[in-house]
Design a binder for this molecule. Structure first.
Ligand code: 4NP
Length: 144
């Protein structure tokens, strides 16, 4: 699960997907930018997740690296900018094919972004939660 800062959207996506799959499915998140490396998720992400019984407080932000193409089978980008940034690190076709826009799981080829909630209010985080819950339900049902 990859966003820009790895403090708002992708920590939520990580927590939500983990809650829907078995423990032997390895789920992680990262950001394409390093601004917040080492930080806890944003308080507003922690709060909306907690409301739905998901704990994000063991997460710390990290930056996406080229090694992630080796560690993961599937890489979900939260928006088109993250998607392009991830692709710019890909080394071959196999890397490229692992990368998808997460909301295309809900509506294939719609190329919709999970809106960046960082500069907004709590409503934005609730909206992000609902979008990611729907997408992660589909991802989890295909992994099972
Ligand atoms: P995220 O949100 O990519 O969902 O973690 C953001 C977090 C931080 C910033 C931008 C977006 N920032 O500019 O610091």
């Amino acid at each position: 699960m990859v966003c820009l800062g790895n403090i708002c959207r992708s920590p939520l996506a990580e927590g939500i997907l983990k809650s829907k799959v078995s423990e032997n499915v390895y789920v992680d998140s990262a950001g394409t930018a390093a601004y917040h490396v080492g930080e806890l998720p944003d308080k507003r992400s922690i709060s909306v997740a907690k409301k739905y019984g998901i704990d994000l407080t063991n997460q710390r932000a990290r930056k996406f690296t080229v090694k992630d193409f080796e560690a993961f089978d599937l890489i979900y980008a939260m928006d088109q900018s993250n998607y392009q940034n991830i692709l710019s690190l890909s080394r071959n076709n196999e890397d490229e094919q692992k990368v998808q826009l997460i909301l295309n799981k809900i509506d294939a080829n719609s190329n919709q972004d999970v809106p960046d909630p960082y500069y907004g209010g709590n409503d934005g985080f609730e909206n992000v939660y609902q979008l990611l819950d729907e997408a992660c339900e589909i991802i989890a049902s295909k992994i099972k």
